[in-house]
Design a protein around this ligand. Structure first.
Ligand code: SF4
Length: 548
């Protein structure tokens, strides 16, 4: 197998660093071949690899590259119960599935002889008639594999990691899309909303339980605000121990009934119970966000303990990895890090290119927001759409701004919402064969995951940043900033606001560059991009300034 130049140049350096106990951080653009590179490093150091990815969609490239390296390597993947259980619908929570009463709770040995998606489909089709459980079978088979592919919870969250029952020291651990690891705490966040409570009322059989839930809705409404930012709350709707135990009894009944009827869909009462269980740990603070209550934690270091374990061989990689100081100061990684920016290291571009245009007559700055500004943005979008040679990806700082601006844009469009599924977006765009504006929010599902390609080339020709996607300086941000301010040495704004926004912008741009031959136009629609910091970090010194 022929390696690319950068892979040949850096292979020994990375292998030596791993052997010397460094945590390696690899910043290399999408489409540059880092999956294959990291697998080779792992096989050359530990011989076995755990590949940690964000979503199941990312299992396939790992499988494909393992087969390229050596078809005889044993590949495996682990998938949570909601996707693996043949009785479950996808929206269930793991806890809703009560395996205790399941008749097919047997594990068989699974050989992955086709793509993970096809294999899972086959396992689910055969599970009931052959009497085995796909979830437990995949979990068991992983123990014997050379390469195990898992999602973030199975590495960062202790209760899931322990299910793997393996010794991490025997593996080389690759954490892919590692720019996301500052968000792993979100896996354990819990939400209470009117929707969840109303659905729980519909599903509950007990009059008493319905009465309790109804009261919770009323209290929730008095506590929350509609703003799309985190506003700290001093309390959550009250629930006594007796009331909680009534909810738990009802939930257990519903779980039992669901598995006995061999059809498990989401049991909303479970979400209510888990919200209160999380709140009672004392590690989470309630915030209002868009009329909901979200429990968030400031104790972020607990998620990164494993990264600091010097007995573990770890590679963090991404096309938009934050700088080394960010890994040290914000994530608290204290072990020695070898940080490699591939393009800087080999002094050469290893993927496609883009050209920037900066609009200097618009901004999403809070005090300059107005209907006139949204109309101006919509005019820009229409202009860009009509000149684009292919699809346009538009990224907004918030859902509210997206809805306002896009209400004036009447062309083929897809707007992200909380229920958006990436696969559906890709299907619509690919099947229609017409040009689309795909609109999403910063660090949302679309900017992080949409991959519209044909023959490995991106079908997104234009990326539009509508405003700067700074995270809001809300109560959560202020509390976090206060908590880690000592480590940040006065650079709170850069670490908590600027760098996250930069990662969002780079991620969005990355959607249009999937291959060394891809080229794209990047429209930075905010005068604040016309600064040295942005131009330097986006490598946009040759940008053109534009006006409507
Ligand atoms: S098949 Fe049975 S044992 Fe397996 S996850 Fe579903 S309920 Fe649990």
């Amino acid at each position: 197998m022929e390696l690319r130049d950068w892979q040949k140049q850096l292979k020994d350096k990375v292998i030596n660093a791993v052997k010397e106990g460094f945590l390696v951080a690899l910043n290399s653009p999408t489409g540059s071949g880092k999956t294959l590179f990291s697998l080779l490093i792992g096989l050359n150091t530990k011989g076995r690899v755990i590949f940690v990815v964000r979503t199941h969609n990312e299992y396939f490239p790992v499988y494909r590259d393992v087969k390229k390296i050596d078809p005889s390597l044993k590949f495996s993947f682990v998938i949570g119960k909601p996707s693996a259980c043949p009785f479950a619908t996808k929206d269930v929570d793991t806890e809703d599935i009560n395996c205790k009463y399941c008749e097919i709770k047997n594990a068989i040995e699974v050989k992955i002889d086709k793509s993970p998606f096809e294999k899972l489909k086959e396992l689910k089709e055969n599970a009931i008639k052959e009497g085995f459980c796909p979830y437990y079978s995949l979990l068991e088979s992983a123990k014997e594999a050379d390469i195990i592919t898992i999602t973030y919870p199975y590495f960062f969250i202790e209760k899931y990691l322990s299910l793997l029952d393996i010794n991490l020291e025997e593996y080389f651990i690759v954490i892919d899309e590692a720019h996301n690891i500052d968000r792993v705490s979100e896996i354990e966040e819990r939400t209470l909303s009117e929707f969840i409570l109303s659905m729980a009322i519909k599903q509950s059989k007990s009059e008493e339980v319905r009465r309790i839930l109804d009261r919770l809705i009323k209290e929730l409404k008095t506590l929350t605000y509609q703003d799309e930012k985190y506003i700290k709350l001093d309390k959550v709707p009250e629930l006594s121990d007796e009331e909680l135990s009534l909810l738990v009894d009802e939930y257990e009944e519903l779980r039992k009934e669901a598995i006995k009827s061999k059809s498990v869909s989401r049991i909303y009462l479970g979400s209510v119970i888990r919200f209160y269980a999380t709140y009672s740990t004392g590690n989470f603070i309630p915030f209002s966000f868009s009329n909901k209550i979200v429990l968030k934690t400031l104790e972020l270091n607990q998620y990164y303990n494993l990264l600091n374990d010097e007995n573990l061989s770890i590679l963090l990689m991404s096309g938009t990895l934050p700088p080394k100081e960010y890994l040290e100061k914000v994530l608290g990684i204290s072990r020695k890090i070898l940080y490699i920016d591939v393009e800087k290291e080999v002094k050469k571009k290893v993927t496609g290119s883009y050209q920037c245009k900066i609009a200097i007559d618009v901004t999403s700055k809070y005090d300059l927001r107005s209907e006139a500004m949204w109309k101006k943005y919509s005019s820009y979008l229409l202009k860009i759409y009509y000149q684009a040679r292919n699809h346009v990806l538009a990224v907004f700082p918030s859902y509210q701004i997206m809805e306002k601006v896009m209400s004036y844009v009447n062309v083929n469009k897809i707007l992200e919402n909380e229920g958006t599924r990436i696969d559906d977006v890709i299907k619509i765009v690919k099947e229609s064969r017409q040009k689309y504006i795909i609109a999403g929010v910063g660090r949302g599902k679309i900017t992080e995951g949409v991959e519209i390609t044909d023959n490995d080339r991106s079908l997104i020709s234009d990326v539009v940043l509508v405003g700067v996607p700074y995270p809001p300086e809300d109560d959560y941000m202020k509390l976090l900033s206060k908590k880690i301010s000592e480590k940040l040495g006065g650079k709170e704004k850069e670490y908590l606001i600027m760098i996250p926004a930069l990662i969002t912008v780079k991620q969005a741009i990355g959607r249009s560059i999937r291959n060394i031959n891809d080229t794209a136009l990047v429209w930075l629609l905010d005068k604040r991009y016309d600064s040295l910091w942005w131009k330097k970090n986006l490598n946009c010194f040759n940008s053109t300034k534009i006006r409507l």
